[in-house]
Design a protein around this ligand. Structure first.
Ligand SMILES: [Zn+2]
Length: 275
C-alpha cells in the first residue's frame, strides 16, 4: 500500500495538472469504488479543482469554489494516473475524471477485489471522514511523538502503523524507520528512554524525507527500500542478513544486529513469551 512518501510525491505531481482546466465529465465509477451518491458525481462538472491535497494516505481534491471535495483512497492495489490529452488510458478504469482540455485523471485497480474508494463530499463531511486520523508523521517533531509514545504501551511496529495515533506510515516505512532508529519492532513504546524517543523522531523525519525525495524522482520499491522486503540482503549499516518475522497480519523486516541485540524475533502469533 502506498504510504506517506508515495502519496505525497503523487500529490505534488498532480497538484498543477488537475487544477489547470475545469471538469468536463466526472465518472463513470465502478459501483464498488464510489462510496457516496449524494451529491452525485455530475455535481463536479463545470467546476475547477483547486489542486491536490493529502491527509495521511488519502488524496483530496477540493473544488476551487470551496463547495465540494473529492477524496481518493487507493488502498493496496489502486493506482491514480494523470493522462494528457490524447494519451491512451485504460478501457474500464474504476473511476475517471475528464477535463475540458481532453486530459484525464484515472483510477485503476488490479485484481477482482475493489477496495480503493472515491468519495464526493462537502468540506464538512470530509472533515468528519478524516477526524479519526492522528497528526501527520512528516515533521511531527520529537515532543509530539514523545507524547504519543507515552500515552499507551504498544509495540512500536504496531503503534507506528496506527493511523489514529500517527498518520501516514504503513508496514514498509515502519520497517525502514525502526531500522534507522535501531529499535526493535517489538519494543514497547512506554519503555523507550528519552534518547530512544529522540532517535525515533529523527529516524522518522530522515526516512520519510528520503522516501519522498526518491519517489519524486520516480524510484521504484527496490531502489527506495533498504530493509523492507530485503530478506537475506546485507544490512546497510552492519552487513548482517536482514531477517523477517510475522507479526499480526504483517511481515516485519529487521536487522538482528542493529535492532534486537543479536536476538531473532519469534512469530508473535505462536509465542507470547519473547519479543
Ligand atoms: Zn545491521
Amino acid at each position: 500500500m502506498p504510504e506517506l512518501p508515495e502519496m505525497e510525491a503523487r500529490r505534488r505531481a498532480l497538484d498543477a495538472p488537475v487544477s489547470a482546466f475545469p471538469i468536463l465529465k466526472a465518472g463513470p465509477a465502478h459501483v464498488a469504488t464510489l462510496k457516496t451518491f449524494d451529491p452525485p458525481l455530475s455535481a463536479l462538472e463545470g467546476r475547477k479543482l483547486a489542486g491536490a491535497r493529502r491527509r495521511a494516505k488519502r488524496l483530496l481534491f477540493p473544488t476551487e469554489d470551496g463547495e465540494l471535495v473529492l477524496l481518493v483512497h487507493l488502498m493496496t492495489a489502486g493506482r491514480l494516473k494523470f493522462l494528457r490529452s490524447g494519451e491512451a488510458g485504460p478501457k474500464a478504469p474504476a473511476f475517471r475524471l475528464a477535463f475540458q482540455d481532453g486530459s484525464q485523471l484515472v483510477l485503476t485497480e488490479a485484481g477482482a477485489k475493489k477496495r480503493a474508494g472515491v468519495w464526493l463530499l462537502t468540506p464538512e463531511e470530509a472533515d468528519v471522514e478524516l477526524a479519526h486520523l492522528g497528526p501527520e508523521a512528516l515533521h511531527i517533531g520529537e515532543q509530539r511523538l514523545g507524547a504519543i509514545i507515552a500515552a499507551d504501551s504498544r509495540r512500536l511496529h504496531s503503534l507506528l502503523r496506527d493511523q489514529r495515533a500517527i498518520a501516514g506510515i504503513g508496514r514498509a516505512w515502519a520497517n525502514e524507520i525502526l531500522h534507522h532508529a535501531q529499535l526493535s519492532p517489538y519494543a514497547l513504546s512506554r519503555e523507550l528512554d528519552t534518547a530512544e524517543v529522540e532517535r525515533l523522531a529523527l529516524a522518522m523525519e530522515a526516512e520519510l524525507t528520503r522516501g519522498l525525495e526518491l519517489r519524486e524522482r520516480g524510484a521504484n520499491d527496490k531502489r527506495t527500500y533498504r530493509v523492507h522486503d530485503k530478506l537475506g540482503a546485507p544490512c546497510y549499516v552492519c552487513g548482517t542478513p536482514i531477517a523477517r518475522v510475522d507479526y499480526e497480519e504483517h511481515t516485519v523486516y529487521y536487522c538482528p544486529q542493529c535492532q534486537t541485540g543479536g536476538r531473532v524475533l519469534k512469530d508473535r502469533r505462536l509465542s507470547r513469551l519473547l519479543r
